[in-house]
Design a protein around this ligand. Structure first.
Ligand code: URP
Ligand code: ZN
Ligand code: ZN
Length: 461
């Protein structure tokens, strides 16, 4: 059955137009000022989008659904996390595949795709690299042909075995550059974090101490080091979850020197401060990097509006308050917060409704840019005939208050409890199927597909 979306304000990459969209068999078939329903097949469903905005499906470009082993698994598996995302207008998420010892990179990706089989929306993967070895070049070739064209490196998390020694960059960066594989980076300098930790070795530390243990300088130092190394090979580098003004300042400095850096931030670094870490609920706000100050929020918001930051993603990584609070020391509390569902309403409320950002730019940061940067465009991230009919019908007037009572993550809390919002998705369509409407999830367990990524736009300029 086809769908006709009628009379919506359609948010294209360069303009907003009042046009109709006809969807048939998973794809956008026609976009015209007026499509006569009488000329469409008789069982076509009509969606009246008068007064509403129509976006390409949002992309949450940084998630951790179904993370961890039994006993310390995230509250949201792939089904729950992606269902929460669908409520927020997200039709594609990007998660991470581990590098598994003794297995190839591709085997790691295949395992993760199996783990994601209950996803309700489409997804792609970034492949983590924790170890270098002689076969890595061949493995990267097969990984890319398989459909994963992005790798993720960590400059911290030695304790979890994720840290890749920067000494390996000089062999890995040229390979990635030559193969046009995008390198993404969790930038926090482990040396500095370890040095600070030694001082507090024998003390139990509350959540409030987390930013002291992982200061902004750890982020700026790491970016500086990685940016300089990437520049030697003209490698574009993607910095995930930028949290601080210090980090942004270094990015500006490196860009002035010609270093190609692309930046992602999250709603929590735009809107929440370290004051959340005080008191008994402080543990619910432990994530890495930690929450910073209001000055950092402001700087990141202004960098986002100016286009210096190109993508907002959530880093959705959900643990229940019950689980988080079972650890007495902030270094042991599992890090991460949920957020895929809240993302689009937070961006609309705090930036668009408030007058700092145009609707078109909201479409870029939540859809067009991640699609281009991660090689999913134009199938994802655009509204063009012939591409996937991933569509969000968004009401600028719908409003409410975030509360754990009306949020769908299994985490049993929202980091934005009590915050009023304006603007919310009313309908989410994944490849021509309505998966969220009138406050109800109408999608399917396993309705999502793995999407192969093509070449990143960062290799095209
Ligand atoms: O606290 C966070 N961000 N948890 C997820 C892992 C990561 O570093 O992104
Ligand atoms: Zn990270
Ligand atoms: Zn993450």
């Amino acid at each position: 059955m086809g769908i006709l979306i009628n009379n919506g304000n359609v948010v294209f990459s360069d303009t907003i137009k009042n046009v109709d969209i006809y969807i048939e068999k998973e794809k956008i078939k026609i976009i015209e000022r007026f499509i006569n329903p009488a000329l469409l097949p008789p069982n076509t469903e009509l969606i009246d989008a008068s007064g509403l905005y129509v976006f390409p499906g949002f992309i949450d470009a940084h998630t951790h659904y179904g993370l961890g082993e039994e006993g310390n698994k995230t509250a949201d598996g792939f089904f729950e996390g992606s269902r929460a995302a669908a409520f927020g207008g997200v039709t594609t998420f990007i998660d991470f595949a581990d590098q598994i010892s003794g297995k190839t990179l591709q085997e790691g990706a295949v395992k993760r795709i199996h783990e994601a089989e209950e996803a309700t929306i489409d997804f792609t993967l970034h492949q983590c690299i924790y170890n270098m070895h002689d076969q890595i070049s061949l493995e990267l070739d097969s990984l890319k042909s398989f459909g994963v064209g992005v790798v993720k490196l960590f400059m911290t998390y030695k304790e979890f075995g994720c840290y890749l020694d920067p000494d390996y960059w000089s062999s890995l960066f040229p390979l990635c550059c030559e193969k046009k594989i995008l390198v993404t980076l969790h930038a926090e300098a482990d040396e500095l974090i370890s040095k600070i930790n030694i001082k507090f070795k024998d003390r139990k530390l509350s959540a409030e101490m987390h930013p002291v243990l992982r200061p902004s300088e750890a982020e700026s130092l790491a970016i500086l080091r990685a940016g300089k190394a990437a520049a030697q090979f003209s490698l574009p580098l993607y910095i995930v979850h930028l949290s601080s003004k210090a980090g942004m300042d270094v990015i500006r400095k490196l860009r002035n020197e010609g270093v190609k850096l692309y930046v992602e931030t999250t709603p929590h670094y735009l809107l929440l401060t370290d004051s959340k870490l005080k008191g008994k609920d402080g543990c619910n706000f432990i994530m890495t990097p930690p929450l910073r100050k209001a000055t950092d929020n402001r700087e990141l918001r202004s960098a986002l509006v100016s286009g210096e930051i190109g993508i907002v993603a959530t880093d959705h990584c959900s643990y229940t308050p019950e689980y988080k609070s079972s650890f007495a020391d902030c270094r042991e509390i599992p890090a991460g917060i949920p957020g895929s569902e809240e993302m689009s309403s937070l961006i609309y409320s705090s930036l668009v409704a408030e007058g700092s950002m145009e609707m078109i730019q909201m479409g870029h940061i939540l859809s067009g840019n991640p699609a281009k940067v991660f090689g999913l465009y134009p199938e994802k991230g655009s509204l063009k005939p012939g591409t996937d009919a991933d569509i969000v019908v968004f009401s600028p007037e719908a409003n409410g208050t975030f509360s754990k009572k009306n949020i769908h993550s299994n985490a049993d809390y929202t980091a934005y409890e009590g915050l009023n919002f304006t603007g919310s998705p009313l309908i989410t369509i994944l490849r021509g199927n309505v998966i969220f409407r009138n406050g109800k999830f109408t999608g399917k367990r396993g309705g999502g597909r793995f999407i192969r990524s093509g070449e990143s736009s960062l290799y095209r300029y």
